[in-house]
Design a protein around this ligand. Structure first.
Ligand code: NAD
Length: 477
């Protein structure tokens, strides 16, 4: 495992360095990955460049590319159990969740595999003796820098649309979760992907991530991760004269009005913060409840919270541990500061008996009422901590919902059709769900944020736009 995947082969780090892979449900090291260098990135970018310009990959027709992406999808499904076990061990998520993630990565390759030969350009009426065509072309070599929360899914989300357009790719997984990505790259090659179309360089952001973003042979960077690093990536990309998409954090609100379906709303709101132990950019981390129903609604939600069970992957409970010891400390820091400052802790979930005491487990926590300027109402915890906030009316709800620096996902729970429409328009958010919360699902649905949540859209056909350039061809006849 302690090697990069470059040009279809396993290659060790140029300086021979490695870093440990830690199992979050035991806290113990169980393997090593290569800690890459600038030289390794250079090798990967060169492999990608030659795949794109002179290799077998660049010579394929769009339809041939599509067939390969669909073959990758099928190969992933054939290896679903193996991949789910790798993902569960590396990230701590329950096996059922890991299997769903593998279904999702297969679906990304299926979806974009079907889109390769539907990338249309257009013509423009211009001077009578001129013919003008605007064609869509791949950018060349695209760089991809990923976080640790959904490594397998994001392999599909970020690579499949880029490959569909015809680019060759270099991907840097998060140092805390690289295992499934390395195996997926190998499986893609087994499914017929020509060498060099996907290259994986593992290691730390300060070395591999910076080297990838600043490499003169990289034409675009897709970054998913924290707002702080995203900001640095954008600056580095600017110095390299390339653009980037940033999929960053969130503080996503769920607005519950007095006419909401209590059962569906409490079930979905609880699941939306528990999912992946709250380590989801689109976690519904604020629940805004109309004041008249606040107590009743929170009482029902609290019951659901108390029933949540946290355990190791093979226990297959509601959620697993936090990814690293450092991240666990960060999450518990938020919880401790909230309780010591006197914020009411309304409910907590349970850690199952029999978990390894070295694992990074935390109890999900529901706090409220949380003042709107409190850090739990403003900052991304990236853990299973939900802030409940009361509101008076529609204007108040919108003011609170839009009152953070983020704008990734929002939900509205009401049966009033007019209110559904007003709020869908007024909420500052990349996605708005009404009477549901499909964040993370819906590969067909454009996804991305505003403000500190980033910019650019992934998923859906629009994701292919960012991975391509328009060329205007003018012919005088
Ligand atoms: P992170 O920003 O610390 O790391 C993300 C990636 O960037 C990792 O691969 C890391 O090695 C790399 N990196 C770190 N420093 C770098 C640098 N200076 N230059 C280049 N690369 C660098 O984020 P994380 O802790 O892995 O993930 C959690 C964050 O990601 C949360 O804020 C979460 O909301 C966000 N996230 C967003 C989405 C989304 O789609 N919007 C999805 C998942 C996670």
């Amino acid at each position: 495992m302690s090697k990069h995947f470059i040009g279809g082969k396993w290659v060790g780090a140029s300086n021979g360095e490695t870093t440990d892979m830690i199992d979050p449900s035991t806290g113990k090291a169980y393997g090593k990955i290569a800690a890459g260098t600038r030289e390794d990135v250079d090798l990967a970018v060169k492999a990608a460049r030659s795949a794109f310009e002179t290799g077998a990959w660049g010579k394929l027709t769009a339809a041939e590319r599509g067939r390969i992406l669909i073959a990758i999808s099928q190969r992933i499904l054939e290896k679903k159990e193996e991949l789910a076990a790798i993902e569960a061990r590396d990230t701590g998520k329950p096996m059922t969740v890991a299997r769903n993630d593998i279904n999702a990565v297969a679906r990304y390759f299926e979806y974009y595999g079907g889109a390769t030969d539907k990338v249309y350009g257009h013509t423009i009426p211009y001077l009578n003796d001129h013919f003008v065509a605007v064609v869509r072309e791949p950018k060349g070599v695209t760089g991809h820098i990923l976080p640790w929360n959904y490594p397998a899914q994001m392999f599909g989300r970020t690579l499949a649309p880029s490959l569909a357009v015809g680019n060759a790719t270099v991907l840097k997984p998060a140092e805390a979760a690289s295992a499934s990505i390395l195996r997926l790259a190998e499986l893609a090659t087994e499914a017929g992907l020509p060498d060099g179309a996907i290259n994986i360089v593992t290691g730390f952001g300060s070395k591999v991530g910076v080297a990838l973003t600043t490499h003169p042979g990289v034409n675009f960077v897709s970054f998913t991760g924290s707002p702080e690093v995203g900001q640095q990536i954008q600056k580095l990309a600017a110095d390299n004269y390339i653009n980037c998409t940033l999929e960053l954090g969130g503080k996503s609100p769920q607005l519950v009005f007095e006419d909401a379906d209590f059962e569906a709303a409490t079930r979905t709101i609880c699941a939306a913060i528990i999912q992946n132990s709250g380590q989801t950019c689109s976690a519904g981390s604020r629940v805004l409840v109309q004041r008249r129903i606040f107590d009743d609604f929170i009482a029902t939600l609290s019951e659901r919270f108390k029933a949540v069970r946290v355990g190791s992957p093979e226990m297959d409970l509601d959620c697993g541990p936090i990814i690293t010891a450092g991240q666990k400390k960060t999450v518990l820091g938020f919880v401790d500061r909230a309780t010591t400052s006197g914020l009411p802790l309304l409910a907590e979930g349970q850690i199952a008996e029999g978990v390894d005491p070295g694992g990074f487990f935390v109890r999900p926590a529901l706090f409220g009422p949380v003042p709107t300027d409190h850090e739990l109402a403003q900052q991304e915890v990236f853990g299973p901590v939900l802030a409940a906030i009361p509101f008076d009316d529609e204007d108040d709800a919108v003011r609170i919902a839009n009152g953070t620096e983020f704008g990734l996902v929002a939900a509205v729970w009401t049966r009033d059709g007019g209110r559904q429409m007003h709020l869908a328009k007024r909420l500052r958010s990349g996605q708005v769900f009404v009477n549901c919360y499909g964040a993370g699902a819906g590969i067909e649905l454009p996804f991305g944020g505003t403000g500190k949540s980033g910019h650019g859209r992934e998923k859906g056909l629009v994701a292919m736009d960012d991975y391509s350039n328009l060329k205007t061809v003018v012919i005088k006849h």
